[in-house]
Design a binder for this molecule. Structure first.
Ligand code: SF4
Ligand code: SF4
Length: 384
């Protein structure tokens, strides 16, 4: 078939799947349904059939592609290194371009393609929350407090770490930005947060809105062109930004930067505090960036005993807009993840992705304290 999008799935990538099935046990949607078309192998077969002209991009194809969480656990498990994330993004883009599938909620589609709307909606919900409007949904979110956008901190002559601000993260998780700035300053960096940067575009790209994602990337190219080191503290944003052809090689997750600074002695290993913290591995940190050891090293250096919440486990079900498109599946996965955390008997939880943190807040009760590893370390630095 002739794909309508500029970057269709590559034949070589599709051919690299040998249909071994080793990805099936790690796939959340396959595990939940037992349905081959809800597995990585089944989705690849559907995309392959469309590419060969044996099938068309219709509503069923849209369902098969859209039910994928894009967690990329299959990539980690695949011995043939099939670049599944890249393939499924292209397939989603085709579905969106041909408008042949999922009846997308207008608000969702508009939000993921508009960083301004995404951010202002977040702030608006936060104001409602501050007014005390009771809602289970609103209770799951932290209250927005301040913004780090446009700032610059630390000595002029120090090596500069450029902080990626993001949109939702900036509105809801500015405490993580604050902790990131404090720790990077302690590691000897000057921290810069260019004002003109925008949303990373991951939500738009995952939903198939390629032109909008490209537009955001263009804005970020201009804003971050002179940055030597771009530090990201949301795993989903970092995984997407690392794939950028212009500046991806200069992007690092904050866990990587801080773990190196601890290892080479620029940041201290602090005394044990007698407390335990359960670690949750965000898919876009573990599978999207291959980062597993670094958050654990940071938490141990902060004085905690690390407890595994769900090593090698399934996606928590947040997955960008997935919780809006597939609320039941998202909730089922969220509950499973929450049960694994409860099973540790530990009430401090570390998660390095804003979406995972929100999902955990939905399904864990108020007795749990969920924070980014860098917040745990920043607090320990301040109190030692
Ligand atoms: S593990 Fe890789 S090669 Fe095997 S079926 Fe899954 S995607 Fe194909
Ligand atoms: S990205 Fe996740 S949900 Fe999608 S096929 Fe791979 S393992 Fe399954």
């Amino acid at each position: 078939m002739v794909w309508t999008i500029a970057q269709p799935p590559v034949r070589l990538d599709l051919d690299s799947c040998v249909a071994c099935g080793l990805c099936l046990p790690v796939c959340p949607t396959y595990r939940l349904t037992g349905d081959e078309t809800a597995s990585p192998r089944g989705r690849l077969a559907a995309i392959d059939a469309v590419d060969r002209g044996d099938a068309v991009v219709d509503e069923r194809f849209g369902e098969i592609v859209g039910f994928c969480l894009q967690c990329r656990a299959c990539e980690t498990a695949c011995p043939s290194m099939v670049p599944f994330g890249r393939i499924i993004e292209s397939a989603n883009a085709e579905v969106t371009a041909t408008n042949s599938s999922r009846v997308r909620k207008f608000a969702v589609a508009t939000a993921v393609t508009s960083p301004v709307l995404l951010r202002s909606t977040s702030i608006g919900v936060g104001l409602l929350q501050r007014l005390g409007i009771p809602s289970r949904g609103l209770r799951t979110l932290p209250v927005p407090n301040r913004t780090a956008r446009g700032g610059s901190w630390g000595p002029e002559d120090a090596p500069t770490a450029t902080l990626f601000i993001g949109c939702v993260a900036d509105a809801w998780f500015s405490d993580i930005h604050k902790a990131t700035i404090e720790v990077l300053l302690a590691a000897g960096y000057r921290v810069d947060a260019p004002k003109d940067q925008t949303c990373c575009g991951a939500l738009a790209a995952h939903d198939g809105y390629v032109a909008e994602a490209d537009r955001m990337a263009g804005t970020n190219h201009d804003a971050l062109s002179s940055a030597d080191l771009i530090v990201v503290n949301v795993a989903g944003c970092g995984a997407h930004l690392k794939s950028d052809t212009e500046f991806g090689s200069r992007v690092r997750d904050v866990n990587e930067v801080v773990a190196v600074a601890i290892a080479d002695g620029r940041l201290p290993t602090l005394p044990q505090n007698g407390e335990s913290v359960a670690v949750q591995d965000p898919c876009h940190l573990e599978h999207g960036q291959g980062i597993v050891d670094q958050p654990r090293a940071i938490l141990e250096a902060a004085g905690y005993t690390v407890v595994e919440a769900d090593a090698g486990g399934l996606c928590c079900g947040a997955a960008g807009t997935y919780l809006m498109d597939h609320p039941d599946t998202s909730a089922e996965l969220g509950r499973k993840k929450a049960r694994t955390v409860e099973g540790t008997g530990v009430t401090l939880v570390a998660s390095a992705n804003a979406g995972c943190e929100m999902q955990l807040r939905r399904f864990l009760d108020d007795g749990y304290k969920i924070r980014h590893p860098i917040e745990f370390y920043a607090d320990a630095l301040a109190t030692n």
